[in-house]
Design a protein. Sequence first.
Length: 428
Amino acid sequence: MKLHAGHLLLHLASLALLMLIIAPQTARAQSANELKARIEARNADIDALEQEIATYQKQLIAAGRQAGSLQTEIKRLDLTKAKFTTDIKVTENKIETTNLTIQKLALQIGDNEEIIDSNKSAIAASIRQIDQLASDSLLESMLAKGKISDLWNQVENLKDFQDSVRRRTEELKGVKRNLENNKKETEEAKVKLLDLKSKLSDQKLIVDQNTRDKARLLSETKNQQANYTKLVADRQARRRALEKEIADFESQLSYILDPSTLPKSGILSWPLEKITITQQFGRTVDSKRLYASGTHNGVDFGTPTGTPVRAMSSGTVVGVGDTDQTCPGASFGKWILIRYGNGLSSTFAHLSLIKVAAGDKVTVGEIVGYSGNTGYSTGPHLHVSLYASGAVSVKQFPSKACGGRTYTMPVAPINGYLDPLFYLPVLR
C-alpha cells in the first residue's frame, strides 16, 4: 500500500505543479494581450505623428528659403507652433507606451515569481517524500513481501522529478532577473520621457511667446509689408551702430593671452544634437559683408527654433540676459555665458528660452536653453562665442545707438576670442 501511496503522491505533485504553472499564465494572458494591443496602437499613432512632424519640418525649411517678408515670418511662426504641438503629442504617446510596457513586464515578472515559488514547493514536497521512503518504506515493503525493485524505481522517479524542477527553477530565476532588468530599464526610459515632455512643454512656451511676437509684429506693421520692410531696415541700422559701439568698447579692453592656460583641441562637446554650420569664426566672405568689423566673433549653427542647447563642458553659469529688453533686434537677444572648468568660456546667443540662472552649476550635455531667433538674426540659429575665461566678463555700458539705454552682455578684448571649432570635435 505504501508504494501505491508514493505513486499517487508523485502524480498529485506533478499535477499540482502543472496547474500552478498554467493558472497564472492563463489568468493573465488576456491582460498581457490587451496591453500588447494598446502598445501597438500607440506606436502606430506615434508613427503617424512623426510623419506629420517631418512634413512640418520640410515646410519650415522651405519657408526659411523664401525671401524675407511679413507673411513669410507669420507662416514660419504658425508652422513652428503646429510642429511643436505635434511633438508634444508624440511624447505623450511615448510616455503612455512606456507605462503600458512597465505594466506588461510586471505581469510577466509576477507569473515567473509564482512559477518559481510553486517549483520550490514541489521540490520541498518531493524531498519529504524521498525522506519518508528512505526511512521506512523499504522495511515496510520488504515485510509486505513486495518487490524491492519497485520501491527503488519509485525513489529514482522522485529524484528525477526533483532534479527536473530544480533545473527549471534555476532557469526561471534567470528569466526573472532579465525581466527585472527590463523593468528597471523601462522605468528609466519613463523618467527620460517625462523629462522630454517637460522640454517639449518648454518649447510650447517658446511657440506661445513667438505667437505673442507675431501679434506684436502685426500691431507694429499694421499687417503691411512696407511697414515690415522699414522695421527690418531700422533694426539693421541699429545693429550696425551697436556693433561699432561694442567693437570700440572691446578695443579699449586689455588682456594678455597666455596660451599655456588654454586646453588642447577637441576638448568640448557639440552644443546641438545635429550640426549644420552656417557661419564660421573670423574673417570670411560673409563676415566682411555682414559685420562692421569684418570679423565674425563666433560660429553660427543653423537649427530650428526650440532645439535643445547643451553645455559644451561642465562649469558655472556666469550670467544670463536679453538684449532685446534694451534694444529689440540689435544684438544677442537672449544669451547665456558659461565659464567651464578647462580655461574656456562660451556665450550662447539668439536663444528662445533660458533654462539656467547665474551661479548655476552645469554638467556637460545638460540642456541650458533652446535655440531661437531673438536679437539680430536673419533666421533661427545658435550663435556660439568662445573665449579664454580670463578675458570675458559681463559688462554694462550705455548705448547711443539705442537711445542711451544701458546694455548688459558678455564682452571681451579682441584677442580673448577663440575659434570654437578648434575646441569642438572634428566634424565628420
